[in-house]
Design a protein around this ligand. Structure first.
Ligand code: HEC
Length: 459
């Protein structure tokens, strides 16, 4: 009835009703619900991170204008990677067509449409999405997130109790309270440094911003709202050394009332030792010194692959003043492959982008990153007002230029050389460049490893 009335009113007022491609009016049930269910409801539902549900006609109709405007500005759904610069699993980007459909629906009077057209509500499994994990770890005690104030970055140390080296093929993260958890990053520590920091702080875990506050012995990826866990490609795995501690760095966003969080992490192991272990490549540049007011400060870094390599994923990282990030691979024949482009970096939406298909890069490919920083007061995310000089560091008001790449050598025999190049990239200085050249020239991996590791730790 409501729709009949609305249609009548629109006709009387000579307001044209927006039409779908087939000439009929755009309706919620037929045209808009499929977009909302597929792209919004995973976060906009009870108990999830978004502040209100988008699950029904009424949910959407009451916020019609706001919805049209956030999808047009691409503020929602959060997905920062530009199309045409790497193809990724789970892209949340809406098409121009979908955005137009939402706009037409709102401008046309938010018609509900025929209930027969409404697709079934999306289902979100309650249990483990990937099946029963091989190892379930839980924060030993709940952490209390204050009602208000700044966002909290807290590292929780959980001993894995693993007594032999294992290879991890997937991690499934389950916050107990999704309303407060903005994202989580999983570090590994075999040095005991994280335990010490934890012990020195009375509340559960310890605080750090950006990095974990110690040099991790490895990593197991991360989690952001709306992301679904997935297994690594067959035959690959991430090394989890025996006796490692898992350190979960959690970013909390206060909700207005005190909240408790006690996350559970499910870990899946490879049934047999995978042929290929993932090598984490890092491009970084610490020479950051941005004068206040500088709007277009550029930082770059590069690394050349010593062996044929498959890239599985890419994770750019910077803090609040960074605006734009671009990474490109230049192949030995001079052709270029875009790796990722983020035009509107937002520290709150750090994503681990996994390529839909591994990118095959031959030996001699040069990886380049270029980040742009805006340290003026026009940058709404600038943590200092008026702007201050910004240098490299771990604090909220410092900056970083880091690019993590998940790589596997095409040939198993090349693993050592790729790992050595990885270490060189991590050092990101002259010693690093020398290491990378050595990696390109020969395979002294075993001989040099401990010396190199020491240098990496110290730099
Ligand atoms: C990955 C999780 C996620 C997805 C997917 C998502 N949202 Fe959101 N949305 C959030 C969070 C978190 C907030 C609140 C924090 C913020 O504004 O960044 C939010 C806020 C909003 C707001 C309020 C913005 C404001 O200015 O206050 C609107 C409107 C919105 N979302 C609409 C949508 C629509 C429409 C979609 C799908 C096309 C969508 N969202 C998909 C997480 C998500």
């Amino acid at each position: 009835m409501r729709n009949v009335l609305r249609t009548l009113l629109c006709t009387l007022a000579m307001v044209p009703i927006a039409t779908a491609a087939d000439g009929t009016a755009v309706t919620f049930n037929r045209d808009v619900a499929p977009i909302i269910f597929a792209s919004c409801t995973s976060c906009h539902r009870a108990g999830e991170v978004a502040p209100f549900p988008l699950q029904s006609y009424d949910d959407c109709a009451t916020r019609g204008k706001q919805i049209a405007s956030v999808v047009e500005s691409r503020y929602m759904p959060p997905w920062k990677a530009e199309p045409g610069h790497g193809e990724f699993h789970g892209s949340r980007r809406l098409t121009e067509e979908q955005i137009k459909t939402i706009r037409k629906w709102v401008d046309g009077g938010k018609v509900e449409g025929d209930s027969k057209d409404l697709p079934p509500a999306p289902k979100f499994p309650d249990g483990w999405m990937l099946g029963t994990p091989d190892l379930v770890l839980k924060m030993p005690e709940p952490f209390t997130v204050p009602a208000e104030g700044r966002d909290v970055y807290r590292n929780f140390v959980i001993p894995t109790g693993v007594t032999e080296d294992k290879h991890v093929t997937a991690v499934e993260y389950r916050p107990s309270n999704r309303r407060v958890v903005h994202h989580a990053i999983f570090f590994l520590d075999n040095s005991g440094a994280a335990r010490k920091k934890d012990a020195a702080d009375k509340a559960p875990g310890f605080t750090s911003f950006g990095g974990p506050g110690f040099i991790p012995s490895g990593g197991l990826g991360g989690w952001a709202p709306g992301a679904f866990p997935r297994f690594l490609p067959d035959g690959t795995g991430q090394l989890l050394r025996k006796n490692a501690d898992l350190v979960v760095q959690t970013h909390f966003h206060p909700t207005g009332k005190e909240e408790q969080e006690q996350s559970t992490i499910g870990i899946y192991f490879a049934k047999k030792t995978p042929e290929k272990t993932i090598v984490g490549l890092t491009l970084r540049n610490r020479n950051i010194d941005i004068p206040p007011g500088e709007k277009n400060y550029r930082i770059s870094a590069s690394q050349t692959l010593p062996v044929d390599t498959d890239l599985l994923g890419i994770t750019p990282h910077a803090h609040l003043v960074c605006r734009e990030m671009k990474a490109t691979a230049t192949l030995p024949d001079g052709s270029k492959k875009p790796l990722i482009w983020i035009k509107d970096w937002d520290f709150n939406w750090q994503e681990q982008y996994l390529y839909a298909k591994p990118l095959q890069l031959p030996a001699g490919t040069k990886l380049d990153m270029e980040y742009v920083y805006d340290n003026s007061d026009e940058n709404i995310r600038n943590p200092s007002n008026p702007p201050k000089r910004v240098r490299h560091g771990e604090q909220t008001t410092d900056e970083m230029a880091l690019l993590f790449l998940q790589a596997v050598p095409r040939e198993v025999k090349d693993a050592g050389r790729l790992r050595m190049a990885a270490l060189g990239g991590l050092m990101g200085n002259r010693a690093g460049a020398k290491t990378m050249r050595a990696a390109a020239a020969a395979s002294c991996w075993k001989r040099c490893r401990s010396a190199l590791t020491r240098t990496a730790m110290e730099s």
